[in-house]
Design a protein around this ligand. Structure first.
Ligand SMILES: Nc1nc2c(ncn2[C@@H]2O[C@H](COP(=O)(O)OP(=O)(O)OP(=O)(O)O)[C@@H](O)[C@H]2O)c(=O)[nH]1
Length: 280
């Protein structure tokens, strides 16, 4: 009875709170597992009946790795106690059936988690490069914009467009072009922090979202990465380059306006670079 109520309570907590913290997981599993261990002394057969439900419940409530650890620990303890308190045949059958249930549930939960992860990846990432897609850009800028407005934090967006990418495609084919886009994303990822986010807007156009960086620092950052593409990604005499458009997110500015500002800055930068190339 106690276990049923506890299981119902935990499931309710899980439903309301979503993912539980490690500390709460440990606390809850300790309470629940201890109840089972208590029963294995008081009335061992009750443990045999409820152990499978406990094992499945833990997988439903906790993150996968914690659930595996918790379940294996309690399964070992309770199996050991069952062998002490019950007839050996019952203890053996209980250990085998609950072990099998634990294994099958682990397989189901792992498959389910992987399917969810794959679906999330399809919805949020560009399939070619693995960069975040345009769909997620707006919500990320909105989120950062709220931080800037509410907490006075800084954040910059940098629009990036590759120069001469069409020439590369035309000369060496779309396969090489695709490879170049993938390498470009890898290269940029090496020079950005974990919190920074790179989005592919389409074609050879990307957007970097850099929380905690003002426009001035963004310009310094650009100066640092400006030569990465010509130095590391240029192939067979196609001189690739990068044009940039920086825009610092300011309080209460609409996302469309911010994107427009970054786009204008990029356009100006590209025009300047092309003029310089012609003059030289
Ligand atoms: N390989 C490849 N090419 C793409 C992809 N998406 C778009 N493109 C091509 O990328 C090119 C982008 O065009 P532009 O930006 O005008 O070309 P550009 O030579 O970089 O021009 P500038 O930016 O003015 O220097 C077009 O030729 C598109 O066909 C893709 O997924 N893979």
């Amino acid at each position: 009875m106690v276990i049923v109520i506890a299981a119902l309570l935990f499931t309710a907590v899980r439903l309301f709170q979503g993912r539980l913290s490690v500390l709460k997981c440990l606390l809850l599993s300790t309470v629940l597992g201890s109840t089972l261990i208590y029963f294995s002394f008081q009335s061992p057969i009750i443990t045999v009946i409820w152990l499978p439900a406990f094992l499945v419940g833990v997988f439903m409530v906790f993150p996968f790795k914690i659930a595996c650890l918790t379940n294996i620990t309690f399964w070992l303890i309770i199996t050991y106690l069952n062998f002490i308190h019950l007839h050996i045949e019952i203890a053996l059958r209980s250990a085998m059936s609950s072990g099998l249930i634990m294994l099958l549930t682990a397989v189901i939960v792992k498959t389910y988690n992987e399917a969810i992860h794959a679906a999330e990846s399809v919805a949020t990432k560009d399939p070619l490069t693995g960069a975040l897609n345009r769909r997620t850009l707006i919500e990320n800028i909105e989120l950062e914009s709220e931080r800037v407005t509410r907490y006075g934090q800084t954040c910059s967006i940098i629009m990036i467009d590759l120069d001469n990418f069409k020439t590369l495609n035309d000369k060496l084919g779309h396969g090489v072009g695709d490879e170049m886009l993938v390498n470009f994303v890898k290269l940029i990822s090496q020079y950005t922090r974990k919190n920074d986010k790179l989005f592919r807007l389409g074609g050879d156009e990307f957007m970097l979202l850099i929380p905690g960086m003002d426009a001035q620092t963004a310009q310094t950052f650009i100066a640092r990465i400006q030569n990465l593409v010509p130095a590391q990604l240029t192939v067979e005499h196609v001189a690739l380059g990068m044009s940039f458009g920086v825009c610092e997110i300011t309080a209460d500015t609409a996302v469309e306006q911010l994107l427009e500002l970054a786009d204008q800055a990029l356009y100006q930068n590209k025009a300047q670079r092309k003029k310089k190339q012609k003059d030289s």
